[in-house]
Design a protein around this ligand. Structure first.
Ligand code: PLP
Length: 501
């Protein structure tokens, strides 16, 4: 049941993001395009039946009876996109209609799409409830999650945030409550610029760094563009790039960062790769926990200069170093070739949804235009609170709290693995949230995931972070679990592993 529900959840999530992109496209006055419909595996229908509006009607409006899975027929049709769906679409399309839709039509369809999105969200939440219900009551007590890349509540400075919120409304009620502009809350923008030693026009503050990534990809990446990614890499980045139709080249990640020699070979010669962008998570990488060495930072920048690609330095964990020496950002080493993103999710809390981009002013200006068209401005209330939190020095105390907790948790996890699961290979991270674990060749991580769920412990399968392979790997996130839970969780994981052999 778990697997079915999880699969449906994944599909619903995909569908929701497609709907959101359609809505954004309509908001920009574009036609929503094919990405409203998913189903890349289905053959293209004949041009005459490809009215996007007709198909939108089909997916967004039709309300059938509830299906066996509890999902409205219309939603399931959109997810499965089998032959009957296609027939339905063809019927709903206005044959031969090649006229662009009127504004009123677009607005009506947007309303319908929004309604569908709300319903899908409801279905999603319901399924999520079923999933956690299925996972919770195990013989060994509540599920211990090594899956979530989020801090546990005990290391979030809730009181500090409450005080920052009070100060935000008191010190700048107008700026805090107004729309603002797409570059972000001016005081926070200036504070971030100062921390990076750049002028504010190099900075754009967004609703979380995922939003910054999405804007950057929207600005730079077109279908068929080549992009270098690390192997493994953050699953949401891979998804976002694939949804844009990018051609991904996954280059092996080593304990000291991306294999720059393999990258050099990939780029070499007339038939070599011609990437537009390389996505790199330099510090305490998600999912591997590895850090890019100084030598490799230099080598990567030299390759970027030689082959003319942009380095996207995705760096939300940089402040969370608990051992080893800090390294310079690639942004500071080559500000014209690097676009940098970071976030307050990992140092303050993820719910605040504040992240940012730093880059050349021209690029930031172009991304700001995209942001204006998307949402006028990001969340000023959040950004004003984060500003107050930062300006008061609470951020430094919060980083210290998180860092100390992570150091203890990483250490506990490494010791527990050595004690309980000697087959596990891993590198103890010098910071951040994650540890990458390799199990003996032939281990089936899907079966392990299932066996672990039965014993009340969860993790993310390594296969989620690579384009192919990874069946004997997994990511353990230790930021959301206490040392006691880590010990218990690893004991359960080891029991699950033993049950497979
Ligand atoms: C590498 C990386 N980039 C971006 C993000 C997104 O962070 P945010 O919460 O700021 O959107 C994450 C979150 O886990 C991440 O690991």
């Amino acid at each position: 049941v778990d697997q079915d529900v999880a699969k449906t959840l994944g599909e619903l999530e995909r569908k929701l993001s497609e709907l959101e992109r359609s809505l954004a496209a309509i908001g920009r006055g574009e036609e929503p395009g094919d990405y409203a419909f998913g189903a890349p595996e289905a053959p293209e229908p004949p041009a005459a039946s490809r009215s996007p509006i007709g198909r939108l009607v089909d997916e967004a409006v039709e309300r059938g009876q509830t299906t066996h899975s509890g999902i409205p027929a219309s939603a399931e049709a959109g997810l499965g996109a089998g032959p009957s769906t296609r027939a339905g679409r063809a019927q709903a399309a206005r044959p031969g209609d090649t006229q662009p839709p009127s504004t009123a039509e677009l607005l009506r369809f947007r309303d319908r799409l929004e309604r569908t999105a709300r319903e899908l969200t409801h279905e999603y939440d319901e399924l999520l409830g079923r999933l956690s219900f299925a996972a919770m009551p195990t013989p060994t007590g509540p599920t211990i999650s090594f899956a979530r890349g989020a801090p546990s509540l005990d290391i979030v400075d809730v009181n500090g945030l409450r005080s920052a919120a009070v100060r935000a409304f008191e010190s700048d009620p107008a700026g805090t409550t107004a729309y603002g502009t797409s570059v972000g809350y001016p005081r926070l923008r200036a504070w971030i610029a100062d921390r990076h030693g750049v002028e504010p026009q190099h900075v754009l503050v967004t609703n979380g760094s995922m939003q910054a990534d999405a804007f950057l990809f929207e600005h730079l990446v077109r279908p068929e563009d080549e992009v270098i990614v690390e192997r493994p890499s953050y699953d949401r980045t891979l998804l976002s790039l694939r949804q844009r139709g990018a051609r991904l080249h996954a280059v092996e990640l080593e304990p000291d960062g991306i294999d720059t020699q393999a990258l050099a070979r990939l780029l070499r010669g007339g038939a070599g790769a011609r990437p537009k962008l390389a996505h790199i998570i330099p510090n305490f990488q998600n999912p591997a926990g590895y850090t890019l060495s100084l030598e490799k930072r230099r080598a990567l920048l030299a390759l970027a200069a030689e082959h003319g690609f942009v380095v996207f330095e995705d760096d939300p964990y940089v402040a969370l170093r608990f051992s080893g020496e800090p390294l310079p950002s690639m942004l500071s080493m080559d500000p014209d070739r690097v676009v940098y993103a970071s976030s307050f999710s990992k140092t303050v809390c993820p719910g605040i949804r504040v992240g940012y981009l730093v880059g050349p002013p021209d690029l930031i200006g172009a991304v700001a235009q995209l942001a204006t068209n998307t949402y006028i401005s990001p969340n000023m209330v959040s950004q004003s609170i984060v500003y107050e939190f930062c300006a008061s020095g609470a951020i430094d105390r919060s980083i210290e709290t998180v860092r100390a907790a992570l150091a203890e948790r990483a250490d506990t996890l490494a010791n527990a693995l050595r004690r309980e699961l000697a087959e596990a290979e891993f590198v103890v991270p010098e910071g951040g949230y994650f540890m990458w674990v390799t199990l003996p060749w032939g281990t089936d991580v899907h079966a392990l995931h299932h066996a672990a769920a039965e014993r009340g412990v969860s993790f993310v399968k390594g296969t989620d972070f690579v384009l192919e392979g990874g069946e004997n790997t997994l990511r353990l996130a230790y930021a959301g679990v206490t040392p006691k839970e880590i010990d218990e969780g690893v004991a359960r994981l080891a029991a699950a592993f033993r049950s497979l052999t």
